[in-house]
Each structure stands twice: as C-alpha cells, then as structure tokens.
Design a binder for this molecule. Structure first.
Ligand SMILES: *[C@@H]1O[C@H](CO)[C@@H](O)[C@H](O)[C@H]1NC(C)=O
Ligand SMILES: *[C@@H]1O[C@H](CO)[C@@H](O)[C@H](O)[C@H]1NC(C)=O
Ligand SMILES: [Zn+2]
Length: 467
C-alpha cells in the first residue's frame, strides 16, 4: 500500500514537471530531479522486492510473462522487473529516464569501466513486442510455457526479450567467475520503449537527449534474427522504407465508351510497369545473385478507384476520373535514392500520362556526413574485428553479414555515425518473430548467454583506437 501511494505521488510530480518543461534549457535539471525521485522510489521499493528466481531460464520466463505487447505495453512493470534483476548483479548501476511520459520509461544499466574517457559500448533491447492472436497459438502467448523439449513459448521470446535477459545474465556470469572484473570501457545497456511502432517516443527521443550524449557511445549492439542453421546471423544495415502513392487522372466517361487515357487506364499501365520492376528485382533473388534484403522491394498495398453507389458498392457504368495505388518500397543502402526517384517520376508516375506521386520517406538514408547507413564489416572497422573474434572465441560461427529486410532502432545510431551491428544469438531456430507460436529453446537461450559473455568481455576491454 505504502509503496503504491508513493508511486502515484511520484508520477504526479513527474507529470507536473513535464508540463513545466518545454524548453530544452531547463530540461537537464528536471531530469536530475526525476532521477532523484526514481532513486527514492527504488530505495523504498527495494526493501519489499524478493530475490529473483534461481536460474536464468526461469528469470527469462518471468520477463516473458510481463505484457509489453502493443497496443497496451506495460513498460513500468517491465522496467521494474529488469531494474530488480540488474540490482541483483554486483557492480551494475541503473537509471530510469522519462523522455516522454511516466508510462514510457527507458531503463539504462551501466557497468562502469576503468577508463571512462574511452567511448563506451551500448547494448540495446526494446521493451515492447507486437500483439499476438491467442487463438492461433498452441500455448497462451503470455504463458512462457516450457515444453518437454525445452521450447519456451511466448510473444517476445525471439523478438527481443531473449537478449534483454541474456545481456544481464552474461554480466552476472562474468562477475561470478571473476568478482574483480572491471572492463576498460564503460558498458551500457538500454531498454527502450516503442521500437515496434517506429521508436519515436523511444530511441529517437533518447538519441536526442543529453543523457545519451553523455554516454559517448563508440559502438552499438542491437537485436538481430534467428538462424535456421549452425551459424549466427549478423546485420550491418537496415533497408529504408518508402511509402509511395501514385495517382492517375484522366478523362471520365460513360462505361460503354472506348476512349484513350482514362484514369484507370493510366494507372493500370503504371501498375504493370511497377510489377515488371518488382519481377526483375525478385528474379535476382530467385537466381541467387542477391539476398532478399539487397534488392529494392516494391509491393502493392492498396488500389483505390471507382465511384461509390448508395448501396455501398460501385457505380458500374462510369469510368472514374481519378485512381490511385499505394506501394511499400524498401531500399537497401546500396541503392541510389535519386536514381529511384527518377525512375518513379519517369516511368511509374509520368506527368505525360496525367500521373502524380507522393513519396513518404519513413527513415533516413544517409548519416550526418552524407554516407550510406552501413557499418563496415571488414578490417577498416576495429569494432567488427573485435566482435567477430569474440563470437569465434567461444566456438560460434558467423554467417555472411546481412542487410536486415526491415528496420530497427540501429538506424538512429548509424545516422550519428556510430558503428552498429544487429545480433541475436539464436541458431538452429526457426525464424518466428511476429509469427504465431513464437518460441526459443532453453538450450539456445543459455548458449546465447555464453556468446554474450565473450562479446562483453572483448568489447568492453578493447583498448585500441577507434575512428
Ligand atoms: C490528361 O487529362 C486531361 C484532362 O482530363 C485529358 O484531356 C488528357 O487527355 C489526359 N492526357 C493523358 C495523356 O492522359
Ligand atoms: C570496408 O567496408 C566498407 C563499407 O562496406 C567499404 O566502403 C570499404 O571499401 C571496405 N574497405 C576495405 C579495406 O575493404
Ligand atoms: Zn525486435
């Protein structure tokens, strides 16, 4: 009861301070104020929190049972759980940041290094997950049931609650084996809200904050994806989404008349041209020349035309004067966006055919220096070499680095020129992110902890110079 009333009181104060704070100038002291309150709250509540369960798999299951699925993710519960878990590990410091509202906290866990002047290493895990349709699952998606073969079923088991726990368990193991362990570089872990809905109230706000600037991040490790074979996958870039609407105008007319340049005819010509482009790209994939994520995908997502009739259907004897189509287009960082724009203007929606278009670029394509959003995976990038050797040192194998088909929060780092890799150590595992019956095997989860032990030791103790 006591702890509850304190919590409510604290939130009121935070809301109150947020209302006051619009200017950036007084933001920093307010954040300190909120941190102090959070600390107070944690001190008060830690007296009543029980010790986490004795093994890592059970702790993973507990975290999976916290509902952080959209549209109503319980971020405060997830952050409170992770905060307690981090506090149960010696040497770890925690801080909760409120970059938007009290309902969207961001947890920052820190293992201080002996040389804080060196750029730090930041590991990321988003707190949220996509919704699940329980009726399509063999076990309830929040049950985290472990079957006889060790498969743990839950929404978020792969994307990406596994890494959230594995980071902490890896540090726990490192310190258990070597209580004097102190890395050279400071290691941070951030647990951020809203990745699945674009990160606008999560990573996007975080990278803009002074709290982030103060971390002086030199390398960023984010989520990756499961691999169906014996090699771990690693991602060095994301594809960038464009939402494109092409619109056709044309002569309207009676449904019985044959004439040139109706809106429908103009649009259908474009639809055919985009389909041929899509086919050519897909052929490169089918021929094994490029990976899915290395080509431009252009998928039709809607068609809109016709004149509505009063019975909710369409008027059948009228050729409409407007028609449009929507496309989800994804660009790998290797593609020249200006060339694609020219293709859209010249071929997909030419003004000569009474077409117009609108492109919504859903993400950046270049970093602050104008370079493609790509993290080098060769010896020009010392971080890559340290990462690769660390995975190999614990017996792991990496497959050829890939571009991710979709996007992650890593793009917010790459835009700032911070080298970023996507990696989730799940091998011999079906790829089930966002799918029904998402699961992860306990043995795979535990092996992943060993991989992170190696990565964390290597990256946080790396003393070489970095660009
Ligand atoms: C463009 O639209 C105008 C007005 O509807 C029409 O007269 C003309 O024929 C159209 N031209 C083409 C190429 O579609
Ligand atoms: C390393 O990779 C980067 C990014 O892909 C590339 O631009 C560069 O030419 C490569 N350098 C070497 C030495 O291969
Ligand atoms: Zn994810």
């Amino acid at each position: 009861m006591f702890s509850h009333s304190i919590r409510r009181h604290t939130q009121e104060l935070i809301i109150f301070s947020n209302l006051q704070v619009k200017s950036r100038v007084i933001q920093a002291p307010t954040m300190v104020y909120i941190h102090t309150l959070t600390l107070l709250l944690l001190l008060l509540s830690s007296a009543t929190t029980q010790q986490p369960p004795p093994d890592a798999v059970t702790r993973f299951q507990q975290y999976l049972r916290i509902n952080t699925a959209h549209p109503h993710p319980d971020y405060p519960a997830a952050v409170s759980f992770l905060n307690d878990l981090a506090k149960s590990i010696p040497n770890l410091q925690t801080r909760t940041l409120y970059l938007t509202t009290p309902q969207k906290p961001l947890l920052l866990v820190t293992l201080p290094g002996s040389n804080p002047s060196l750029p730090s290493v930041l590991f990321n895990s988003h707190l949220d997950s996509v919704p699940a349709e329980p009726s399509k699952w063999s076990h309830p998606p929040l049950s985290a049931v472990k079957t006889d073969d060790g498969s743990i079923f839950a929404r978020g088991a792969q994307d990406d609650k596994c890494i959230a726990i594995q980071y902490l368990e890896a540090i726990r193991n490192i310190i258990a084996k070597d209580p004097g362990f102190k890395p050279t570089r400071t290691l941070h872990i951030c647990y951020v809200p809203d990745e699945e809905i674009g990160g606008f109230d999560g990573m996007a706000k975080f990278v803009e904050s002074n709290d982030f600037k103060e971390l002086n991040v030199g390398f960023f490790l984010d989520e990756g994806q499961a691999s169906t074979n014996d090699e771990y996958r690693v991602f060095y870039a994301d594809r960038s989404p464009w939402h494109i609407v092409i619109k056709a105008a044309g002569q309207p007319g009676h449904g019985s008349r044959m004439f040139d340049n109706s809106a429908m005819e103009n649009l259908m010509k474009s639809v055919e041209i985009v389909s041929r482009f899509r086919e050519n790209q897909f052929d490169l994939v089918k021929a094994g020349m490029l990976a899915n994520s290395e080509v431009v995908s252009a998928n039709p997502v809607y068609l809109k035309a016709g004149i509505a009739s009063s019975d909710g259907k369409f008027v059948m004897n009228m050729q409409p004067s407007e028609a449009e189509a929507g496309y989800d287009v994804r660009l790998p960082p290797t593609v020249d966006p200006d060339l694609l724009k020219k293709r859209i203007a010249d071929e997909w929606a030419p003004a000569t055919r009474n077409m117009s278009y609108h492109i919504v670029e859903k993400g950046p394509l270049r970093d602050y220096m104008g370079r493609p959003l790509v993290t080098a995976t060769n010896d020009s990038n010392p971080w890559w070499m340290v990462f690769k050797h660390a995975v190999e040192a614990c017996g792991g194998k990496l497959s050829k680095p890939e571009i991710l088909s979709s996007t992650t929060d890593a793009r917010y780092m790459r835009v700032r020129g911070i080298p970023s890799l996507g990696f989730s150590p799940m091998k011999n595992t079906p790829i089930l992110l966002h799918d029904h019956n998402e699961f992860l095997k306990d043995t795979v989860f535990l092996e992943g902890i060993k991989v992170y032990e190696s990565i964390i030791k290597a990256m946080s103790s790396f003393e070489g110079t970095t660009p």
